[in-house]
Design a protein around this ligand. Structure first.
Ligand SMILES: NC(=O)c1ccc[n+]([C@@H]2O[C@H](COP(=O)([O-])OP(=O)(O)OC[C@H]3O[C@@H](n4cnc5c(N)ncnc54)[C@H](OP(=O)(O)O)[C@@H]3O)[C@@H](O)[C@H]2O)c1
Length: 245
């Protein structure tokens, strides 16, 4: 038997925080396809129920606000032991120049993406089994900011640093991150659909790949990081070449 993903992930417990849509749901589907037992978590029970209709029978789901340490602690009490944790939770994002920046909304985004990841690592660490991993999610804007992305870019850089620090702190648990470029998900749901399509097509046309990403493209990277037993403290960029243009 070779070391293929099916052999590595079969029967493993994979928990995806933010796993009811976008990157998280794609990672959960890919892990389940490789034989893992998947649990998805997000704040909205209806979205959890919808995700469970897509995932194989036996998958589990919990409605939890990942901005709340109390709820996160309770979640890991209920889940018990697990092998791989993936964190993709994120609320709707708005690009804004500095004068127009809504500080309270920006703080809430940081609370979920950065502090949510810190709190999840804190409470999951004691239930991750030997050979397990944590995979966070960051964005290419952290390495290459654009106008109108001050907080988004700074937050991504913070998650990059958090990934390396957690890899040292929690070893031998491996900690890595997937760094996403622009991917077609619900993330920009605050935009009108027509505006979103224009945005995707404009961004896509400037990328080396000529198009924005699909969540399935990113799922490959999450699986690699779960399975790669010699990889820790790393950030894998899947961005259609955005850092080069
Ligand atoms: N898509 C991109 O272009 C892109 C680019 C760079 C980085 N990223 C990052 O990748 C991550 C995933 O984004 P995505 O595109 O997959 O977005 P998405 O499709 O909107 O998924 C976000 C997930 O987070 C959950 N969530 C939101 N607020 C939550 C809360 N308070 N507690 C628990 N779960 C919560 C959502 O479910 P509920 O609504 O049910 O809570 C959903 O499952 C985000 O951090 C995003 O910033 C995305």
């Amino acid at each position: 038997m070779g070391n293929n993903r099916e052999n590595i992930l079969a029967g493993k417990i994979v928990v995806v925080l933010g796993g009811t849509s976008g990157l998280g749901l794609a990672a959960a589907e890919a892990a389940a396809k490789a034989g893992a037992l998947v649990t998805v978590v997000s704040s909205n029970q209806q979205k959890v129920d919808e995700a469970l209709t897509i995932l194989p029978e036996g998958s589990k789901g919990f409605a939890t606000d990942l901005g709340s340490e109390r709820q996160i602690a309770q979640l890991f009490e209920e889940i018990g032991e697990l092998d791989h944790l993936v964190f993709t939770a994120g609320d709707s994002l708005k690009f804004s120049d500095l004068p127009g920046l809504n500080i309270e909304e920006a703080k809430q985004s940081i609370n979920l993406r950065f502090w949510g990841a810190v709190m999840a690592a804190k409470h999951a660490a004691r239930v991750i089994r030997t050979g397990g991993s944590i995979t966070l999610t960051t964005g290419a804007l952290g390495q290459k900011p654009r106008k109108g992305t001050v907080v988004i870019a700074a937050m991504a850089s913070a998650i990059d640093g958090l990934t390396r620090a957690l890899a040292v702190e929690l070893a031998p648990v491996r900690v890595n991150a997937v760094c996403s470029g622009t991917v077609r998900t619900n993330l920009l749901s605050s935009m009108l659909e027509a505006d979103r399509e224009v945005f995707f097509s404009q961004v896509g046309s400037k990328l080396l790949t000529g198009k924005v990403g699909d969540p399935k493209d990113l799922a490959e990277a999450y699986l690699y990081l779960m399975c790669g037993s010699f990889t820790t403290g790393q950030i894998i960029v899947v961005d259609g070449g955005s850092l080069l243009v």
